[in-house]
Ligand binder design. Structure first.
Ligand SMILES: Cc1cc2nc3c(=O)[nH]c(=O)nc-3n(C[C@H](O)[C@H](O)[C@H](O)COP(=O)(O)OP(=O)(O)OC[C@H]3O[C@@H](n4cnc5c(N)ncnc54)[C@H](O)[C@@H]3O)c2cc1C
Length: 390
């Protein structure tokens, strides 16, 4: 492994932006098409006049090589980190190379937009099931079938990093690079010793990418074809391995949201200075079975305990749904919710930064809305209970 040195050891600023490497090894940077800059916008806000992205592979392309991206889906979707791993494969692929995406779990995303040319979806696997041997058998069968030049996976806290390392151990002939922070056709770079060293090497066979090593906003589309037949063959490989599994999957245990750590909660209701009726707020959180968060002002006022504070000097959360009642959306608070998937803001002020951040905004009084919502939730719960007892 090539280690950049300066007086024996290269020391780098751990806070430097990841886009630039001191020795000129560039991390993939997108946004350049035909020499011009594209101002990438989210699809939801894309004006109609923007051109449709081109498909990366020509229609008559003769495919001679393959790159494989592998990821587990989360609630039928790939998270940003997994999307970046697929994007890395798409960016490195040339005009004769197909990008194949293998997804463990359901996938409702547009595979073409992810950059995949062929997509194999295995809905019976995924986060609801612990089946490492079956997944490994599937992956090895796929490697034999496709013989990809490289395998790209997100180096995350969930199943992908584990599966990638298992694959590296099982296929000892294959090289593996973990914690990859920079990558291009010429090679890749990883941090060592808490980011104080940067080490470089050629592209490995198995590449586990850190978050934000690659920009997932691609300037092109993949072909996005489904590979149904291949899925059936791989499922057979997985079932055979599952029969002799050394593990017993005890399933998923549910627990009350109030008992969960905020940074693990999937559904959070959060109160700011605009919440006057704290008891009503807690009743709503309880009825919705949501975890409780708060802004710093609400915590400083003594309305909530310090461990409920969300933001730069509080917790960073990554909920699927974040309901912000009477929170202005100061930059320090927004920092703590940057990874939340759906943000709903309730505020009197339509120009509050939280309204701009939110996917859905309700301009109105927090107390009135909490009362109305609580009433509706209770009605729905009673109706469901009546249905069960009938
Ligand atoms: C170094 C530093 C670190 C910080 N760290 C954090 C942090 O970790 N987390 C954090 O949250 N803040 C943090 N802050 C504070 C931050 O800058 C803001 O002051 C704070 O987030 C504001 O909280 P708020 O939005 O609840 O209150 P306000 O700024 O008072 O905003 C209240 C909002 O509620 C709305 N509102 C008022 N009444 C109603 C009503 N009846 N119905 C609906 N809406 C209503 C208002 O329109 C307004 O938008 C930090 C600040 C500094 C300097």
């Amino acid at each position: 492994m090539d280690m950049a040195t300066h007086g024996g050891i290269r020391r780098i600023d751990p806070r430097r932006p990841l886009t630039v490497n001191a020795d000129g090894l560039k991390r993939i940077v997108l946004g350049q098409v035909g020499g011009g800059n594209i101002d990438f916008l989210s699809l939801d806000h894309k004006p109609a006049h923007l051109p449709v992205k081109p498909v990366r592979l020509a229609a008559d392309a003769i495919i001679t090589h393959c790159l494989l991206a592998v990821a587990h889906s989360d609630r039928d979707s790939l998270d940003e980190h997994a999307r970046q791993a697929v994007a890395a494969a798409a960016l490195l692929a040339d005009g004769a190379t197909e990008v194949v995406l293998l997804v463990f779990g359901e996938l409702a995303d547009d595979a073409a937009a992810l950059g995949a040319d062929r997509c194999i979806v295995l809905p019976q696997y995924g986060s609801h099931l612990f089946a490492p041997e079956a997944e490994m058998a599937i992956l090895i069968a796929l490697l034999e079938e496709l013989r990809p030049a490289h395998v790209f996976m997100p180096d995350n806290d969930i199943a992908d990093s584990d599966l990638g390392r298992r694959l590296g151990a099982a296929t000892s002939a294959a090289s593996i690079a973990t914690n990859v922070v920079e990558i291009n056709q010429a090679g890749l770079a990883v941090y060592r010793q808490q980011g104080s060293l940067v080490a470089r090497r050629d592209l490995a066979k198995i590449i586990l990418l850190e978050a934000d090593a690659v920009d997932a906003r691609l300037p092109f589309l993949g072909r996005g074809q489904a590979a149904g037949q291949l899925s059936a063959a791989l499922n057979a490989a997985g079932s055979a391995a599952g029969v002799v599994s050394a593990y017993v999957d005890l399933g998923i245990k549910t627990m009350a949201a109030s008992q969960m750590e905020l940074d693990e909660a999937d559904f959070i209701v959060s109160a700011g200075n605009g919440v006057g009726d704290v008891a009503l707020f807690h009743s709503l959180a309880h009825a919705l079975d949501a975890a409780v968060g708060a802004s710093r002002v609400a915590v400083d006022d003594g309305k909530f305990k310090r461990d409920k504070q969300i933001g730069a000097t509080g917790k960073t959360v990554s909920a699927s749904a974040y309901l912000a009642f009477g929170i202005s959306g100061a930059v320090q608070h927004l920092q703590g919710i940057k990874d939340c998937r759906h943000v709903i803001a309730i505020n009197l002020d339509a120009s509050a930064p939280m309204i701009k951040r939110a996917d859905l905004s309700i301009i109105g009084d927090a107390q009135e809305l909490m009362s109305a919502l609580l009433e509706q939730v209770r009605e729905a719960q009673q109706a469901r209970q009546a249905e069960h007892t009938a």
